[in-house]
Ligand binder design. Structure first.
Ligand code: UDP
Ligand code: MG
Length: 316
């Protein structure tokens, strides 16, 4: 089988309402592009009609391919499966809810032809998102950037085009807790941005409830930074200095003023602040220890139950 020029990866989790429109928009775009292509749908354990709909789409269009997971492994795992199996010279990761407009792919290809290896989409405007999501997302990216050494672009999601060199490098990173946009930044190569207005979801609701968002944010920080662990050291040094100062002052007043410091309140405050800091740091430590445990198990990142229109898996 000849390698297509373009692969488009689409993670799908309960997207029955958007699939027909997605199909239409993809056909429109791919018809116009005049490139050889494949579309790789990754069904991430959908519980609605997405799977039969995808199968039906694949039966009609041989350039549609489908990987179907045995259960819901999460968005980042679905992207990974796509990256593992995409054959194209250029590989695009896109959301299935049409929040990443297929038409932006045209600009990405143009940049790729200019010689860039990664072209990521930066959202100028975001419609239909709650202010809570906008504020937390913006704070998160700024916090993350302050803690890590690699350049992770602000306001960019996973919508991006990657050259085959980048895809092959990414396949070598098998960590369990995955923050794909950080991993792409980590591999390097020539990277650039295209800007677009991010529309609201076409239909249905977000598959990233707060719980998943929080997990995702923690994965992002913990897999690229150990700064939180160092906070313990600084906190310890700070508390030590305050302690020495307070002790000096207590001895001083005892000797020169002959009075002891009355201090139930101060002791209570110091003890409760001190113990909460310790518990917090134990928690942070636990996050890292837990992740280390998950990583050493080296479980596969996903389990595929079914494949349609796909060549047999190449041995890595
Ligand atoms: N998704 C997935 N598995 C999940 C959650 C989401 O494959 O567990 C897919 C979903 O179908 C969509 C993309 O990941 O194609 C992004 O999800 P969503 O649009 O819900 O996220 P948001 O845009 O709200 O951040
Ligand atoms: Mg979305």
């Amino acid at each position: 089988m000849d390698r297509p020029t373009m692969s488009i990866i689409l993670p799908v989790f309960n997207e029955e309402e958007t699939l027909p429109e997605l199909d239409r928009r993809l056909q429109g775009l791919l018809g116009e592009l005049g490139e050889t292509w494949e579309v790789l749908f990754v069904n991430d354990g959908s519980r609605d009609k997405s799977l039969p709909m995808l199968k039906e789409m694949c039966a009609r269009e041989p350039r549609y391919r489908l990987l179907s997971f045995a259960r819901n492994f999460g968005h980042q795992a679905a992207i990974t499966a796509g990256v593992d199996r995409a054959e194209g010279e250029a590989v695009v990761i896109m959301d299935a809810d049409l929040q990443d407009p297929p038409e932006v792919v045209r600009d990405m290809i143009a940049k790729w032809r200019e010689g860039f290896d990664v072209v990521y989409g930066v959202r100028k405007k975001r419609e239909g998102e709650t202010w809570f999501k906008l504020v937390t997302a913006s704070l998160f990216y700024r916090l993350l950037r302050s803690m890590i050494r690699i350049e992770i672009p602000i306001d960019a999601g996973d919508f991006r085009l990657m050259s085959r060199s980048v895809v092959l490098s990414l396949r070598a990173l098998r960590e369990t807790h995955r923050f794909v946009r950080g991993m792409v930044a980590w591999v390097g190569f020539r990277q650039t941005a295209v800007y677009y207005d991010r529309p609201a979801r076409f239909a249905g609701e977000t598959k990233y409830p707060f719980r998943k968002m929080l997990k995702f944010a923690l994965d992002g920080i913990a897999s690229f930074s150990t700064v939180p662990l160092r906070i313990a050291t600084w906190l310890g040094i700070g508390a030590g200095l305050v302690g020495i100062g307070a002790a000096g002052w207590a001895v001083w007043t005892r000797i020169f003023n002959g009075e002891t410091v009355p201090g139930w309140t101060t002791i209570m405050i110091a003890v409760s602040l001190g113990s909460s800091a310790q518990l917090l740091m134990t928690g942070i430590l636990g996050e890292y220890v837990g992740r280390t445990y998950e990583e050493v198990k080296r479980r596969p990142l996903y389990v595929v139950a079914e494949e349609v229109n796909l060549a047999r898996e190449e041995r890595r």
